[in-house]
Ligand binder design. Structure first.
Ligand code: GDP
Ligand code: MG
Length: 175
């Protein structure tokens, strides 16, 4: 029982992307398996955690939320400090949020460590009927920029677990 309390590694992961793309709900889905329909835009909470086991090591994922600082360049460099992974989120029904992904990549390159593992997430995959960004466009961008890529839905839970686990496994492989 004592062993279960021991943590071998803490991996800091930051979630970035435009306002209202679903960052907070993705985090809630992964850490608590919940989706909150009447969530207000994020206030206060700095990060949430979930501990998983990889290769018999206990890894605490400490996942940071932007807390409403999504305006261009409002996220401070302190937010990125020590981050080993980043989830860069856009909304597949909102073209502008995808057009801004390049800016977020720039922000990551400017403020985060060079070796940061970045996963591009097209969220709200449950709303594919209102899609404004093709999977192919996003895949091509991700490939050019050397990012991992997945579409996902915080609402249905589709691909959320696998996306976070992919980042954690990738980090684990490089630390
Ligand atoms: P944030 O500003 O990026 O943190 O976005 P939120 O997590 O607060 O979500 C913004 C809005 O999008 C809220 O109304 C959520 O209910 C909604 N939302 C978030 N994720 C999904 C999703 O996967 N599917 C759908 N249909 N709506 C979502
Ligand atoms: Mg939020």
């Amino acid at each position: 029982a004592e062993r279960a309390l021991e943590i071998d590694y803490v991996f800091k992961i930051v979630v970035v992307g435009d306002s209202a793309v679903g960052k907070t709900q993705l985090l809630g889905r992964f850490t608590k398996d919940e989706f909150c329909f009447d969530s207000k835009s994020t206030i206060g909470v700095e990060f949430q955690t979930r501990t998983i086991t990889l290769n018999r090591k206990r890894i605490k994922a400490q996942i940071w939320d932007t807390a409403g600082q999504e305006r261009y360049r409002a996220v401070t460099s302190a937010y990125y400090r020590g981050a080993l992974g980043a989830m860069l989120v856009y909304d597949i029904t909102n073209r502008q949020t995808f057009d801004h992904v390049a800016r977020w990549v720039e922000e990551l390159r400017a403020h985060a460590d060079n070796s940061i593992v970045v996963m591009l997430i097209g969220n709200k995959a449950d709303l594919a009927a209102r899609r404004a960004v093709s999977t192919e466009d996003a895949m091509e961008f991700a490939e050019e920029q050397g990012l991992f890529f997945s579409e996902a839905s915080a609402l249905s839970g589709e691909n959320v677990e696998s996306a976070f686990l992919r980042i954690l496994e990738e980090i684990y492989g490089v630390v």
